[in-house]
Ligand binder design. Structure first.
Ligand SMILES: Nc1nc2c(c(=O)[nH]1)N=C([C@H](O)[C@@H](O)CO)CN2
Length: 122
């Protein structure tokens, strides 16, 4: 079973960065999520209660990221992954956190991680 629920390009303004000037401003992060989820129950029932509600996920991820300043996008990615594994009972998630403004010569820079429920318990 390879079903997923996807969120692509979730924009979150937050305080993020290593340097002093970055701690005074908000910058935009762009979040991509690929979450393992069996979509067959929701397809059969046509009931949101059986689905992984992408709107709830997007709201929770935005709130988590805006909770406090962080230095590295790596920490953002890890905390988002753990939120999805523990609160939303996703069994595996790939999180990409992009910081489009960070390197002017690049379209974007990002980190991408994959975490699973079994590895989270170790
Ligand atoms: N792997 C990373 N490298 C860098 C990060 C980061 O979060 N992860 N952050 C910075 C600075 O905050 C940069 O974005 C300022 O332009 C540098 N390298």
């Amino acid at each position: 079973m390879k079903d997923q629920v996807l969120i692509d390009g979730l924009k979150v303004d937050t305080v993020i960065g290593v340097y002093d000037w970055e701690k005074q401003i908000k910058q935009q992060l762009s979040i991509d999520l690929a979450m393992a989820w069996d979509n067959r129950p929701a397809a059969a029932s046509d009931d949101l209660a059986d689905a992984l509600d992408y709107a709830s996920v997007a709201e929770a991820v935005t709130n988590l990221i805006q909770q406090r300043p962080r230095q590295l996008i790596e920490q953002v990615a890890e905390e988002v992954a753990q939120l999805l594994l523990t609160e939303f009972k996703v069994t595996e998630v790939t999180v990409t956190v992009a910081k489009p403004g960070a390197v002017p010569a690049a379209n974007s820079v990002a980190v991408k991680i994959t975490r699973s429920a079994i590895a989270a318990k170790e």
